[in-house]
Design a binder for this molecule. Structure first.
Ligand code: HEC
Length: 110
């Protein structure tokens, strides 16, 4: 009885820790955005290190549904992640802050 409980506990802990690992792989971004997101990717993107967490989150989630040719490269990167994974990851890069007014406006015309 006790052993059974221990097995169940360790299996569920294993599942919990492996789902924690299913986060965005930052190494994948470095080739284009630089090791610290300090570069303009392919000379086209904004410097992500200077963007707010909120702006990054909105951009990443929007790329999932983009049909704009220049943005397909990012669609390919983000399509394998859930919105929540992208939101959480956005908190770990760029700088503090919500989506900015300027970002909201530019997105309306994209
Ligand atoms: C193959 C090159 C490439 C890779 C790999 C890549 N990106 Fe990008 N990224 C781009 C390009 C090019 C753009 C600009 C696209 C456009 O025209 O909007 C961009 C745009 C962005 C933007 C929005 C910047 C803006 O201008 O508003 C964010 C945020 C971003 N990338 C984050 C990431 C993250 C996070 C990863 C890794 C998980 C990643 N990128 C991987 C090329 C890349």
């Amino acid at each position: 009885m006790k052993i059974k409980k221990m097995i169940i506990t360790s299996v569920s802990m294993l599942i919990a820790s492996s789902s924690l690992l299913a986060t965005v792989n930052a190494n994948e971004c470095k080739a284009c955005h630089g090791p610290n997101f300090e570069k303009s990717a392919l000379g086209r993107s904004d410097i992500v290190a200077n963007m707010t967490h909120g702006d990054i989150a909105v951009s990443l989630i929007d790329y999932k549904t983009t049909t704009t040719k220049d943005e397909l490269v990012m669609k390919n990167v983000v399509s394998k992640y859930s919105d929540q994974e992208l939101k959480d990851f956005a908190q770990t890069i760029g700088k503090k802050g919500k989506e900015t007014f300027l970002h909201k406006i530019t997105h309306l015309f994209n």
